[in-house]
Design a protein around this ligand. Structure first.
Ligand SMILES: Nc1ncnc2c1ncn2[C@@H]1O[C@H](COP(=O)(O)OP(=O)(O)OP(=O)(O)O)[C@@H](O)[C@H]1O
Length: 261
């Protein structure tokens, strides 16, 4: 079966069970899936479990490959995870950092002759090729986030896991980055999973969404199917509607918040 599936995902922090025997997927190949849910609902924990970065008894498969049986180095080649934290502000040129990421993903001796042009091309697709010769420790937070995405994309994974990749970006870059991620996902038939807070971006840019509440999946499917007045009330505690704009695209209008628990 094509796509990413995970079964029996259980994650505990100390005595606290955050995810209890969760199953998710298949998250389709060639499409962007968004993990949604309020703060603390378990999105990052689930993403880290998919990446193999949490101790969990889960079985994680991508197509025929069983990721959960792979050695960490091999799994990391299949599956690139970009954490919420920005890439470190080290004194390294942007271009070097992207080339280093590409080399880390390719087996030794399998580096391509045109790695410089490949790295520049990824930076150009994200609209930041003008930063190529700048140093990471001289960049703004948003610029570093874009370079982090370039480092992830240049590794050409089968599975791309992005934790809030838009958090430091301006409005233009939020949309342009999602367009690049969608395009790359389709072109390479990747499974892309993105943790998002912006439900309007999820409605317009994700193909598939999984909504979590307190570590439990309350809905999975197309954004229009999952993001509804009922789930917004139940999961986010807001009174809201999903309307169509003048171009017919869906967007969330919030009328108020429910009384606190
Ligand atoms: N290292 C940790 N140690 C203990 N508890 C943790 C740890 N990391 C996360 N948790 C707890 O696990 C739960 C899920 O956290 P997680 O970061 O997965 O949520 P999230 O949905 O990604 O939240 P946010 O939207 O705020 O980033 C939270 O209650 C959190 O406090």
């Amino acid at each position: 079966m094509s796509g990413l599936t995970a079964a029996h995902v259980t994650v505990r922090y100390g005595r606290r069970t955050v995810l209890d025997d969760l199953s998710v997927g298949p998250l389709p190949a060639g499409q962007v899936s968004a993990l949604l849910g309020p703060n603390g609902s378990g999105k990052s924990t689930l993403l880290r479990a998919l990446a193999g970065l949490e101790r969990t008894g889960a079985t994680v498969r991508c197509g025929e490959a069983e990721l959960s049986r792979m050695r960490p180095a091999l799994r990391a080649r299949h599956c690139v995870y970009l954490p919420q934290a920005l890439p470190p502000a080290v004194h390294l040129q942007v271009l070097e950092s992207v080339i280093a990421a590409r080399r880390a993903a390719a087996p030794a001796g399998d580096w391509e002759d045109d790695e410089v042009s490949e790295a520049l091309d990824v930076l150009a697709r994200l609209g930041v090729d003008d930063l190529a010769l700048r140093y990471m420790d001289e960049l703004s937070g948003g610029q570093r986030q874009l370079v982090g995405l370039a480092q992830a994309l240049v590794r050409r994974p089968a599975v791309l896991l992005l934790d809030e990749p838009l958090s430091a970006l301006d409005l233009h870059h939020q949309f342009s980055v999602m367009q690049v991620v969608r395009r790359e996902t389709r072109a390479r038939n990747m499974v892309t999973v993105v943790v998002l807070h912006d439900l309007n971006i999820a409605l317009q840019q994700a193909d598939y969404v999984v909504m979590l509440r307190q570590g439990v999946i309350v809905g999975a499917g197309t954004p229009r199917h999952v993001i509804t007045t009922q789930t917004l009330q139940q999961v986010y505690g807001v009174r809201a509607r999903v309307e169509s704009c003048s171009l017919g695209r869906p967007h969330v209008v919030v009328d108020g918040v429910e009384a606190g628990p």
